[in-house]
Ligand binder design. Structure first.
Ligand code: SF4
Length: 402
């Protein structure tokens, strides 16, 4: 079990992508690659290098004894003095900042010149991204409706481009029952999402099904809030009462639109609902700053290096369950909408998802979502990031290309 400290609500620390490129270049230059240090963070660094097809020969340490407990995989551990005569050796230092001042001079004095040091941010970021999550950190989102009643530029779920699509209640029941079995009914967080989830005419039923399967996990309704007040008097019942009864948290993304957010706040208080109103749902604290759209640039030729996946905010975090499949992320799960709209074929292979009816247990999800999948080659991580103030989509492919 990993002891890497992560918060299940915040995105993982994302390593600097240029430092990752430098690390890959370094590893290509030397015939023998060793990782200095021998603890959990170094093991996740080795897992990252394994994923990037770098052949790490072992760990190197400057002291004994060495403990024989491995989190990830067994690999030889050698004392630094044993490596002095090995030619063409490169050493990657996966050690904390405060050790570098001692270790780097020691290595130089012994004659090791080919050293790669990295920032503390990247070292810890690699560990957070590469350590499979523990059960209480596991999350998934499930789309209730792929389309939306807003039309935001650059939507990462492609909802402004989607035809009307609602999850089928019986498929949802079957999939949620299966997820309940796999997790033995215990999970960190499940998020109801879309598109816009409140558009689903049977949202109340879908909430009840989920809570039956996961009596204690945190359930979040992530919505643009447009329909929330009207759903106090829906044909199928009072959504607010159901949110209260079934202990559902509500997150409303704040957009620069005419919507009475204070009235939503008052309604949540009236029903005793835990509400988060935020223009940036990834911010640690709720914020009402100007809504900025992130651009998720796609490389239509699929040539993005594997190593860049550790810079992805969805990686090892935002998994999606849809129609019996467990996907890495919303981009992948909804790419059929993008393909259809723009007549493209950003395809995914069988290795890109898991069949929830074939997995043995939730550990398979944790392993899967912390390892590159072929579809990641389309995500141009170097060019992902905040782009411009929120506005309505013009529905052209330029919202997703350079
Ligand atoms: S396919 Fe991979 S790189 Fe792209 S968003 Fe998903 S996890 Fe990130």
């Amino acid at each position: 079990m990993s002891t890497i400290a992560r918060n299940k609500h915040w995105i993982n620390r994302l390593p600097h992508i240029f430092e990752i490129d430098d690390l890959m270049e370094f590893c290509k230059k030397y015939e023998h690659i060793y990782v200095f240090g021998r603890g959990e963070a170094q093991e996740w660094l080795v897992r990252f290098l394994d994923m990037c097809d770098v052949n790490v020969e072992g760990y190197v340490i400057s002291f004994t004894p060495n403990e024989d407990n491995f989190y990830y995989r067994h690999l030889q551990v050698r004392n630094i003095d044993e490596l002095i005569d090995i030619p063409n050796i490169g050493i990657v230092l996966g050690i904390p900042d405060y050790h570098q001042g001692i270790v780097v001079p020691m290595l130089r004095e012994k004659g090791f010149k080919n050293l790669f040091t990295m920032t503390e941010h990247t070292r810890l970021g690699i560990a957070e991204q590469m350590a499979p999550r523990n059960k209480d950190e596991m999350t998934f989102e499930i789309s209730l409706a792929d389309h939306c009643n807003l039309s935001c530029q650059m939507c990462d779920h492609y909802s402004q481009l989607s035809d009307e699509w609602f999850v089928d209640v019986e498929q949802f029941r079957k999939d949620m029952t299966r997820m309940g079995e796999i997790y033995d009914h215990e999970i960190g967080v499940i998020t109801f999402l879309g598109g816009e989830p409140t558009l689903h005419p049977d949202i109340i039923e879908l909430i009840k099904i989920t809570r039956e399967q996961f009596p204690n996990g945190q359930l979040i309704l992530l919505t643009n809030g447009v329909l929330l007040l009207s759903l106090e008097h829906s044909d199928k019942g009072n959504l607010w009462e159901v949110l209260k009864e079934y202990n559902i948290d509500v997150t409303v993304t704040v957009y620069p639109i005419k919507l009475d957010y204070e009235a939503i706040e008052r309604k949540a208080n009236e029903y005793g609902i835990h509400l988060k109103l935020s223009s940036n749902i990834h911010a640690v604290d709720p914020t009402k700053v100007v809504k900025i759209s992130d651009k998720h640039v796609m490389d239509l030729e699929g040539k993005v290096p594997k190593a860049h996946v550790v810079h992805c905010l969805y990686f090892n975090k935002f998994n999606v369950v849809k129609d019996g499949r467990y996907y890495m992320c919303p981009v992948q799960a909804h790419i059929d909408i993008f393909n259809k709209k723009f007549n493209k074929n950003l395809e995914f292979a069988e290795r890109d998802y898991l069949d929830i009816y074939k997995v043995k247990d939730w550990h398979e999800f944790a392993e899967f979502s912390s390892w590159w999948v072929p579809f990641c080659r389309f995500c141009d991580q170097k060019n992902w990031g905040p782009d411009s103030e929120w506005k309505a989509s013009n529905k052209t492919i330029k919202e997703y290309t350079l």
